[in-house]
Design a binder for this molecule. Sequence first.
Ligand SMILES: [Zn+2]
Length: 294
Amino acid sequence: MNNQSYRFKVGKFHCIAISDGSHTYAPPTFPTPPMLLFANAPRESLGEILREHNLAPEQWSEWVSPYICLVIETGEHRVLVDTGADGLGPNTGRLLKNLKIEGIDPEDIDTVILTHGHPDHIGGNTDNEGKVVFTKAQYIMWKDEWDFWNSAKATMKLNEHVREVLLGCARKNLPPIQHQLCLVDREAEILPGIQAIAAPGHTPGHMALTIFSEGKQLLCVSDTVLHPIQLEQPGWYAVIDMDPGQVEATRRKILSKAAIEKAQLFAFHFPFPGLGRVVEGREAWQWQPIEKTQ
Ligand SMILES: [Zn+2]
């Protein structure tokens, strides 16, 4: 099975879920996966729900997370959502190679939308020498997010090492794009058929997208949810979520929209290709991954 790219359509838009690779989150840099992803979950119900998902709470020692970017070809524009994590780990930074296999060069991308400023989403903005990779593109980011990472206030409740990785990546990958940058500060259609949705919590200016064409809809939620269990337990936040209360409110807003409007969902960290639907569940919702046809 090809886990590098997956083509699908939203109305008349041609889309590609395209892998940047994967990254392993494990102690000592990060807590164990249950603590990392579900920081406030009550122990007993956590154990129960993990077992329902065929995960052994005591043996789940590392989270191998996919990194999945998205290409949207609208006919007028060729858009890339997030740029992956070039240089973060041994298995990341595959985006350009996988784009090439799909026949796409960096100069073919005219718009890059950055959902937020974490290394796995902006790490491919620049090359090893710090030069902008997508030279012909306009970069789009939520204003609060840009301001946060470019301010001295960029503080996080994370260990020193992780904080330095995050800030170092932002310093390398954000200033070089400033001359190609367009900031959004409200929920508006940023390109025909692509709407910015405020989704704060994971980070201050985290952005989701609605992609719509001919009555079909795709909700690109980025890191609003990091693991399918968070659809069932929208209050279980991750250690790396900056504002837990806001995370839950954002999840409820976006997941209920997806369920009611029967939109397809695309989630950056879910099992490849990160596509599926949100269905009503016992307590909240449930993840229903697509059945791949290719
Ligand atoms: Zn992420």
